[in-house]
Design a protein around this ligand. Structure first.
Ligand SMILES: Nc1nc2c(c(=O)[nH]1)N[C@H]1C(S)=C(S)[C@@H](COP(=O)(O)O)O[C@H]1N2
Ligand SMILES: [Mo]
Length: 366
């Protein structure tokens, strides 16, 4: 008997009501870790605390033999090694990156996949070459429509075997801050974040930031690869074509106050005046307002600081008179595009872009 990919590759499904997280979901969650929320204190996420999401394995890429190929609808195809890339004009951009699946585990019913709570986020200083500069050198021809970016990682997903590949339109790819990045916070990229080179697309959910980048194909037709046409679409029914997942929806998160109970993560806070602190971001514009509540009814405004970068998160602080008893602290962000965090999750089969605020259970003691 011959086995095929279809015998091992699992089709997506929605958990039954009350069905717990499976060992398969735990295996994904253990490989792909979140940023501990106390790290929201830092403007630039310290090494190792940035979230990680890999669909397949971390590929072993040798920086000495790695090359980036740019081909397709270009006048001059380009093949670059790492040293040559690093000799080109460099730019650094501070970017808050968030996985499109952040918040998935709170959905009901739960799409069975990487079960993120809210920590699939982080902010880094990415250094590299502007993609627009590389494309200018290659000379993109007039029939170009989309670009396909391929990583060195390979796997199978829902029966489709492929390299990790994402498409981006020429207009989205040629804004100045899109980088072909080789440094994270002033150091070579760590293996899990895409060594030696990754794409950085500020404002977009994580799936667009292709790691272990080795090939850019300029296409004269829309890209129809799996990660754009099948996965990363907002749909409620499997038969719908759905709409593509693109930019990051607004979200605010608190640095959890006080100290935690080991198992339940419930917070214990001393009674009295507190200053709450957190970060808020949106891929659609500046965060203009963050609100706080401890009872779900009365909201008050936090003080939102300007960002240290147009694509980075913003710090906020809020006063809180902690009264004895149990409280649910919630925050919600509003941005300059008019988007706001919803009170209840917007459900999709893939569990994408769930930016509903998540209450933090706090016990205030005398
Ligand atoms: N080649 C490749 N690039 C990839 C992925 C991947 O699995 N393979 N995962 C994407 C997803 S879904 C996310 S959220 C981000 C995560 O980036 P990070 O691990 O550096 O935080 O990388 C993106 N780029
Ligand atoms: Mo992601």
């Amino acid at each position: 008997m011959t086995l095929s990919i279809d015998d091992v590759s699992v089709q997506p499904r929605i958990a039954e009501p009350g069905e717990g997280i499976s060992l398969e979901e735990l295996a994904l969650a253990a490989r792909n870790h979140a940023m501990p929320l106390e790290a929201l204190r830092y403007d630039v996420t310290p090494p190792g605390l940035h979230y990680v999401l890999n669909h397949y394995d971390i590929p072993y890429v040798d920086g000495d033999t790695w090359r980036l190929e740019i081909h397709g609808c270009v006048e001059t195809p380009i093949s670059l090694d790492l040293e040559t890339l690093q000799d080109l004009p460099r730019h650094t951009v501070r970017v808050t990156m968030e996985c499109a699946g952040n918040g998935r585990a709170y959905l009901s019913p739960r799409p069975v996949s990487q079960p993120w709570l809210t920590g699939a986020v982080g902010t880094s200083d990415w250094t590299g070459v502007r993609l627009a500069d590389l494309l200018e050198d290659a000379g993109v021809t007039p029939e170009a429509v989309d670009l396909a970016f391929s990583g060195a990682d390979h796997g199978v997903e829902r029966g489709v075997e492929d390299d990790y590949r994402r498409g981006l339109s020429l207009s989205d790819a040629t804004v100045p801050d899109v980088l072909v990045a080789y440094e994270m916070n002033g150091h070579p990229l760590p293996p899990q974040h895409g060594y030696p080179v990754r794409l950085v697309v500020p404002g977009w959910y994580g799936m667009a930031h292709v790691k272990w980048l080795c090939d850019i194909e300029v296409l004269d037709a829309p890209f129809h690869g799996f990660q754009n046409a099948v996965s990363y679409r907002l749909r409620t029914d499997p038969d719908q074509p759905g709409t593509p997942v693109t930019r990051i929806e607004p979200r605010a998160l608190l640095v959890p106050p006080g100290f935690p109970d080991f198992m339940s993560r419930t917070r214990v806070v001393q009674v009295g005046e507190q200053v709450l602190e957190g970060r808020a971001w949106s891929g659609w514009g500046e965060v203009t307002r963050v609100e706080v509540t401890d009872d779900g009814t009365t909201w008050w405004d936090a003080e939102v600081e300007p960002s240290s970068s147009p694509h980075g998160w913003q710090r906020f602080t809020a006063r809180w008179s902690a009264r004895p008893g149990e409280h649910r602290l919630r925050v919600r962000a509003h941005d300059s595009s008019g988007r706001s965090q919803p009170m209840t999750p917007v459900w999709s089969r893939g569990g994408f872009a769930n930016n509903a605020e998540d209450p933090l259970r706090v016990i205030v003691r005398d």
